[in-house]
Design a protein around this ligand. Structure first.
Ligand code: GLN
Length: 185
């Protein structure tokens, strides 16, 4: 079976590993370049993107992760999506530039920063989505396909074999997001 790595430096990597298993996949935690090299795809979980960016550099994982993304699928959730974006605002922050999207951090504001909502999937179905201090994807490049929307903004996108969500599908029972990612490993 193909191995789905979960970046396990910080954030809710444990919930992602369980979601991968619910979706029928095989998950391993990734903390080193050697562990990354053994994977067919990688999930970058939610958490705190500034901290994760620092830990990636500290562990010597930044360059290996960019090389990995050049030919294997990577999926970023929330903070993971922020790390993969080409441009980050509010505040501006360095990022890996794997996805041609621009994201605004903590864009739903402090008052209602976390919520469970229903989002509209491209096939017109609905999906329950957990948002936790989520960013908003403010723009997408031509290579990006939008797979789900919330209040008119993209919340699930893909570009080539890569994916990003601004919500947390690892925290609900719906396995469609993980299944779609696992199918490309
Ligand atoms: N607000 C966090 C950040 O900017 C992301 C929150 C999350 O991953 N749930 O990194």
């Amino acid at each position: 079976m193909k191995t789905c790595g979960i970046l396990a430096l910080q954030g809710d990597f444990e919930a992602h590993a369980q979601a991968v298993q619910r979706a029928g996949g095989h998950a391993v935690q990734v903390r080193t370049p050697l562990e990354l090299a053994a994977c067919h795809g990688l999930i970058i979980p939610g958490g705190e993107s500034t901290t994760m960016l620092k830990l990636l550099a500290f562990e010597g994982l930044t360059a290996p992760l960019l090389a990995f993304a050049a030919d294997k699928p990577v999926y970023g959730t929330c903070a993971g999506a922020i790390l993969l974006a080409k441009q980050v605002t509010h505040p501006a922050q360095a990022s890996l530039g794997v996805l041609d999207i621009s994201v605004e951090r903590n864009a739903y504001g402090r008052q209602i920063d976390s919520r469970i909502s229903r989002v509209t999937v491209k096939d017109q179905s609905e999906m329950e989505a957990v948002f936790i201090r989520a960013p908003i994807i403010r723009s997408t490049g031509p290579a990006v396909t939008i797979l789900a929307w919330y209040q008119g903004d993209p919340v699930w996108i893909e570009q080539g074999s890569h994916m990003a969500t601004t919500f947390h599908p690892e925290l609900t029972a719906d396995i469609r997001v993980h299944q779609r990612f696992l199918s490309r490993l």
